[in-house]
Design a protein around this ligand. Sequence first.
Ligand code: ACM
Ligand code: ZN
Length: 498
Amino acid sequence: MSSNLKPALIPAPESYEQGEGIFHIQTTLRIGIPPSNSQRPGVAGLLADWLQRRTKNLRCEITDTEPDVQFQLESNDSPEAYRLEITPSGVLIAGSETGWVRGAAALTVLLGDEGWPVCKIQDAPRFRWRGMHLDVCRHFFPVRQVKRLIDLIALHRMNVFHWHLTDDQGWRLALDSIPQLAQISAWRDRDGERYGGYYTKEDVREILDYAEARKVLVVPEIEMPGHARAVLAAFPELSCAGGPFEVANTCGIFEDVYCAGKEKTFEFLEKVLAEVAQLFPGRFVHVGGDECPKTRWKECPDCQRRMKEQGLQNAEELQSWFITRAGKFLKALGKDIIGWDEILEGGIPPGAVVMSWRGVEGGVATAKMGHEAIMSPTGACYFDYKNSTEPEEPGNLGVIPLDAVYNYDPLTKDLDEDSKSKILGVQANIWTERIPTWKLLEYMILPRMCALSEVAWSQQEHKNWDCFQNRLEAHLIFIKQMGFTYRHPLRDHREFPL
Ligand code: ACM
Ligand code: ZN
């Protein structure tokens, strides 16, 4: 793609044909009511919201008569494909209901000062999984801020929100059958003050509706067997040695985890998973599986008995047995599991999808075994890592500059054609140990998320770093007009938002 592609659309579309002139918006933009949309006005209302958020004095009317913007149903190989036709007299968005939302996002980004450039766009994503993860445990973020992330996901034509709901430093989901989780596990001591919070089921339903309107899949993560200190603070009997424990108020990896030998552990987790499966309509539940020390298991008579009974050779096989058991329970409820790449150790649980974070090797091995994998390596996809090497730059651990994200290709050379088809896509993770405020969170992910959206959506042959940088200048104006905080890649960053 040439480096002066106009207009500035991120992620780059599959095909773009420039015409003559502009569609000028009159005082009121008339948005057509889409045909066969179950929740009218659905996408028309969404487009109006997005456009008005961008252009404060724009008036939109949703109407059946003489609309300026029309939606048309059109089937396509890819359910997310869309076609956009902008003429001097109007705009057509053709596709499935999901395609309309992707087209509405592109149209929102494309809006210029006077209106839209006359053009034709035909577009479809490279990958099925284009995700953003959010850790709400290390720091808690209320519904309105979670919605800001879901808008960013949808506006970048991404489609998954991975919601990391449980960890050592807090459990964030209120469950009817286990009230102690919201009462005890959601709160920790921070310098003598109580810090924490949780989402009610009403909150979750509000997020799910918001995501569904934007055709974003919500994937809840319930961590096991490690990262369980917040649960053990309320239920020490689910550990190997018995506690007492406090909800963690420091970061790190904790040795006390769920006991794999005691049946109580599974009674608890099955209650949790049953409620989670009922609440979240999507195909997947993420069960974590990362960073689980086996120290306690090796000394625990219950865990040792379990290993003997099940014929397991080592603690890694015990973890595999643990995740497999959770997976079977969820399968019976119609859900598939996802786990971090540690779930490969001791044998991959049947049907599990692997999220490769400790590099790409886990994802490659998974795909070669015929399982589905999602690439999320620390080298390109950890947006809690610093943006630059400047000593003042906020962030965790390593440095991931913008071009490292942009130049990442999830389909590494060592994948053959068969295994390439098993790579569902790519995802960035935002761990929030060092991100106490939402403003800083947006600074950490923007514009790296814009680069990732192009990795996820655009074909390799349409990617070009110089072209991306040109388009990013205009895209950042869009980001700013929408009210998001971002890190300008070329400016001085000594003043960081806190
Ligand atoms: C992880 O970053 N512990 C998945
Ligand atoms: Zn045990």
